[in-house]
Write a protein that binds this ligand. Structure first.
Ligand SMILES: NC(=O)c1ccc[n+]([C@@H]2O[C@H](COP(=O)([O-])OP(=O)(O)OC[C@H]3O[C@@H](n4cnc5c(N)ncnc54)[C@H](O)[C@@H]3O)[C@@H](O)[C@H]2O)c1
Length: 356
């Protein structure tokens, strides 16, 4: 990482109180950036944002709604950032079945509000819109999706994110390229890492069962995902944001940030690795899923590899080791300082592997 680029850069992050947003704040802080965050309160209790005391690393910590255009505009105008990362979202497939309209308004209207604000902010030179690997039309054919694959979405989370993708591209073509602000639409796979306490996510279910000596019930035991540690794609987003800042025309567009490998681990294999790390005797049971979720999903990230020299450095066993060990320490540690130090030390591992 080139520390000098990020030093004192003014960076605005939406969704900074979430799982990925919290790691992004810590990563940018470690590089010397000045960060302002704009989100609702953390969704879960516990949550990484409070556990790492992240408020103290921020210039300003807004707790407001991205659906409120005026408040969003005012927050960005007051801070005058040069780079923005948009992560705020209703981020769960299962919640999108229970609350489809809210998912659409937060994800689609919220993203349009962010784009409209970017359009009207002269100081911005680089913008990253975070969508997902689930934007691709998945016919379960076990083929890898590249940036030109057709977009779609069986569930409302996926389709709302695909809509974000399309709207972002329209804003880029219609307005942003003229004002010399680079725009990157980034799609990564399921991220793992310490501090994700979101309901129904496999790692959280595992660590709660193993630490409380309870049995574990998992849905979709045979589903595979491009599992990667959250810090791998985040380093890729930083790399891209820097390139967009320096050359908006060349790097604007959509980018995949997933592991380039043939076989992804199954959910049940992940649970078994976690059980071993926790030295747990909990039994693992397989249940039925309530709603449709895709079984196989894999990304072709050769564009990022070729043009950004980015690739996943920690996947499968190494990403799982870092993740389960973070949670193990979470249960062992007596104070927040130890957890913050552990998180910074994991960040250093990634900064040593990634270059920009
Ligand atoms: N976690 C993953 O594995 C993964 C994978 C691919 C893509 N993504 C995407 O990355 C982004 C971050 O994911 P995450 O896992 O950190 O999600 P998360 O649910 O942990 O965090 C979501 C964040 O958005 C904020 N938010 C939600 N609704 C809001 C609103 N109306 N106004 C303002 N803020 C609001 C929340 O307060 C929180 O800060 C999302 O856009 C998600 O779709 C996540």
């Amino acid at each position: 990482m080139d520390n000098q680029f990020w030093k004192n850069k003014k960076v605005f992050i939406t969704g900074h109180t979430g799982f990925k947003g919290s790691w992004l704040c810590l990563l940018l802080y470690s590089l010397g950036a000045k960060i302002t965050g704009y989100s609702l309160d953390p969704i879960t209790k516990p949550n990484l944002f409070d556990d790492l005391n992240l408020k103290k690393f921020l210039v300003k910590d807004y707790r407001q709604d991205i659906e409120n255009l005026n408040k969003l505009k005012k927050a960005i105008k007051d801070f005058n950032p040069s780079i923005i990362f948009h992560l705020a979202a209703q981020s769960s497939v299962l919640v999108s079945y229970e609350n489809p309209l809210k998912t659409v308004s937060t994800n689609v209207l919220g993203t349009a509000n962010v784009l409209e604000t970017i359009k009207n902010t002269p100081s911005l030179k680089s913008a990253i819109i975070v969508t997902t690997d689930k934007v691709y039309l998945n016919l379960e054919k076990k083929k890898k999706f590249n940036e030109n694959s057709k977009l779609g979405g069986y569930d409302l989370y996926s389709s709302s994110k695909a809509a974000c993708d399309i709207i972002s591209e329209s804003y880029m073509n219609s307005f942003l390229s003229k004002k010399k602000c680079g725009l990157g639409i980034v799609r990564s796979g399921n991220c793992i890492g310490g501090g994700d306490w979101t309901k129904d996510r496999i790692i959280k279910d595992c660590v709660e069962s193993f630490s409380k000596k309870k049995h574990l019930l998992i849905r979709s035991p045979n589903a595979t995902r491009p599992w990667q540690h959250v810090l791998d794609p985040l380093c890729g987003y930083l790399n891209l944001a820097k390139k967009l800042y320096q050359n908006n025309k060349r790097y604007s567009g959509s980018w995949n940030f997933g592991p380039n490998k043939k076989n992804n681990l199954k959910v049940k294999e992940i649970a078994k690795i976690g059980r071993k790390i926790f030295k747990s005797k909990s039994k693992i049971f397989y249940g039925k899923k309530k709603y449709y979720e895709s079984e196989n999903l894999a990304l072709d990230s050769s564009k990022s590899k070729k043009l950004l020299k980015w690739e996943t450095k920690f996947f499968d066993k190494s990403a799982l080791d870092l993740t389960f060990n973070w949670y193990k320490k979470y249960y062992d540690f007596k104070n927040k300082k130890e957890l913050i130090n552990l998180s910074f030390s994991q960040i250093e591992l990634f900064k040593n592997k990634h270059s920009v």
